[in-house]
Write a protein that binds this ligand. Sequence first.
Ligand code: APR
Ligand code: PHB
Length: 395
Amino acid sequence: MPSSRTQVAIIGAGPSGLLLGQLLHKAGIDNVIVERQTGEYVLGRVRAGVLEQTTIDLLDEAGVGQRMHREGLVHGGFELSFGGARHRIDMHGLTGGKQVMIYGQTEVTRDLMDARAALGLSTVYEAKSVAIHDFDGRHPTLTWRKDGAEHELQCDFVAGCDGYHGVSRASVPEGGVAHYEKVYPFGWLGVLVDQPPVSHELIYSNHERGFALCSMRSPTRSRHYVQVPLEDRAEDWSDAAFWDELRRRLDPRAADSLMTGPSIEKSIAPLRSFVAEPMRFGRLFLAGDAAHIVPPTGAKGLNLAASDVRYLSRALIEFHAERSEAGIDAYSDRCLRRIWKAERFSWWFTSLTHRFPETGAIGRKLQRAELDYLVSSRAASTAMAENYVGLPFED
Ligand code: APR
Ligand code: PHB
């Protein structure tokens, strides 16, 4: 069996794995990424597109920020729509100047892939049956099958960046990991369209027919969502039906400015809150969606993945430079403290804006009262804004 060696074996070439690989390489730490799918498949997944300042800073640190700064849209606020009117949350003003950037996850992934390819770093695509061995000792190995042959990779550490359905978390012996999970009784039907956005900032709408969101990828490309029952299938939603439903859930001015067109992509995503604890098992670390999922309300998924990678890269760099295990030992607890706060925010924002089967008349009145309070109280708006722009790190 062909066998090779690296310092850090990374499973998964999504944003977590690619960003980790880039940061480690910059620090002189050798790494190999092993990915189940093709690169094109990874780029085909449409995901959210709001970057916190700390995510922007980390992409800059990784040396992949040039296009993001050229093409990304800086937003200092967003709007909440309810009761037929819109109310702006002035993130910039409420947080002492913090902002977010609109730049799609697909573009982040593409920039990371291009940078990795330009550096000639090793990525194995289409690796089947990836398995992790001996991660409870000092010499873990990965094995996989590709083109009919078995391969082995020896390493010092394994980074499980392989998403919710990956092999890393599943490799932990039963009883070694606790799962916390909530599945929401609805999904988001998303449509990508080559039309300008409804407004220059995002609109999150609470409507009695259900939640809606008007987002964007660029000045000429929009991404819109409506809350739909879990049983719905994207193929059964015509473009016309989607536009009608979205329009109904917006305030009259937004509905009038909505520019429609043929959908470029249309899919339904389920909503889930999920955390696995801990995130370290000997020499195996989980990062990103492998360890946690948030519902997309508030767009924390990619940002949380980046925050794990920030902690993990620093811990591994510290280990290799100083032989200190302090960062590695603190990794799981540090990540989880920030993750649970983002889990709470995403759950709260979802609860506030969606129609649940049990919402009922009193539930709607309570949502409305909270929204009124939120937009009229500086304290409440500030709490929302500081979560939206991203909470600080511990170091
Ligand atoms: N072997 C190898 N690779 C695997 C395996 C496996 N057994 N299982 C999964 N993978 C790969 C997937 O094909 C995918 O490319 O791991 C990658 C995981 O990527 P993501 O799911 O994008 O997860 P992550 O990199 O942590 O990114 C988090 O994705 O879902 C969004 O909101 C989330 O924006 C956040 C981001
Ligand atoms: C998106 O643009 O896809 C998006 C933006 C904000 C969210 C969720 C998704 O809260």
